[in-house]
Design a protein around this ligand. Structure first.
Ligand code: FUC
Length: 332
């Protein structure tokens, strides 16, 4: 099903495509390639809004695809083949966040194709967009699979060498409770990236063992005694390079242990963000209010600030190459 969802300030229409397959139903917006709502057996498992204006005014990237580069680039400083570029400084005027103020999450994607269970969207990011060199063409397909998963498949090509690191920024809450602190999370990472006060990786790659970042055996998001002040806004190091095949990255279970979601991805990193500071001033899906820890993000991506970190994998895409990323959110 497809319908108009609203009109952007520039006069273009945002479309909403509803996909259905088995127990899954997904509503996808052309704006930001946003997953506006994802239902499993009729229960919403992501955070979102009922109207476009709330997305324009209040969304902390709910369900959006972020790019060209997910997460932060320190000082918005990019150097490609010896040439320096200044990227849009949309993070407190100091750093570049999620591709800039008009990144992929704030663009109205073109609707290329759709059927009952899948939709294909396209975005052309022009040369110089948000300060980046080269024209990038991105394709994104969402598919509801017969096996009860939402599959996200993204590819991109470029006219000049530029960094590309896309991710799906959905906030999950599997049981509709006020917060996700009693959800249990497992992450298949034995290392994570410590950050500085601006949330930018320091460059150190640290073992999770004996720290609050050890999710290898599964643990609740709720801080244990003695863990006050622990922040979950970090990249977990799954592997050292992107892969061709999907691999298990994480599992999330609701408080009662009645719903489970697994994340499988080709990406080497997973950003955990548990929205501690969330305080959305307008109603969300079905009138819900979203406060602290209302949902959490599991953003599969290449390690953040890769353009400035020699030890991290390359995030540059060159002409003739194809960036490719697949992530599946599997429900049971
Ligand atoms: C996540 C975080 C950021 C930011 C954003 C809304 O990706 O890593 O810190 O707050 O979402």
């Amino acid at each position: 099903m497809i319908q108009d969802f609203g009109v952007l300030p520039d006069g273009t229409t945002v479309r909403e495509i509803t996909l259905k397959k088995g127990p899954l139903e997904a509503s996808v917006l052309t704006y930001g390639a946003i997953i506006r709502d994802l239902k499993v057996d009729g229960q919403s498992v992501t955070l979102g809004f009922e109207d476009l204006q709330s997305y324009l005014d209040h969304s902390p990237y709910f369900g959006a695809v972020v790019g060209r580069c997910a997460n932060r680039i320190a000082g918005g400083n990019l150097t490609v083949d010896g040439v320096g570029y200044q990227l849009d400084l949309n993070d407190n005027g100091r750093h570049h966040l999620h591709g800039g103020s008009l990144g992929f999450s704030a663009r109205n994607w073109q609707l290329e194709q759709h059927d009952k269970a899948s939709v294909l969207l396209k975005l052309v990011s022009e040369d110089g967009d948000m300060g980046y060199p080269g024209q990038v063409e991105a394709l994104l397909r969402y598919t509801l699979t017969g096996a009860g998963a939402l599959r996200v498949k993204m590819t991109a090509t470029t006219s000049a060498t530029t960094p590309v690191n896309l991710t799906q920024h959905a906030y999950f809450n599997l049981d509709g409770s006020a917060d996700i602190l009693d959800h249990t999370l497992e992450i298949a990472a034995d290392r994570y990236l410590p950050v500085d006060e601006a949330l930018i990786p320091t460059g150190e790659i640290r073992k999770v063992a004996w720290t609050p970042y050890d999710f290898q055996e599964g643990r609740k998001l709720r801080r244990k005694p003695g863990e006050q002040g622990v922040l979950y806004d970090h990249n977990f190091c799954l592997v050292d390079a992107p892969a061709q095949e999907l691999a298990f990255a994480a599992a999330l279970e609701d408080g009662a242990g009645s719903r489970r979601m697994e994340v499988w991805t080709t990406e080497p990193g997973l950003q955990l963000f548990d929205a501690e500071g969330m305080d959305v001033p307008v109603p969300g899906l079905a009138g819900k209010r979203y406060g602290a820890h209302a949902g959490l993000c599991l953003e599969a991506q290449r390690w953040p600030d890769g353009v400035n970190q020699k030890e991290f994998m390359d995030v540059l895409l060159r002409p003739g190459e194809t960036y490719s990323h697949a992530t599946e959110f599997r429900f049971s």
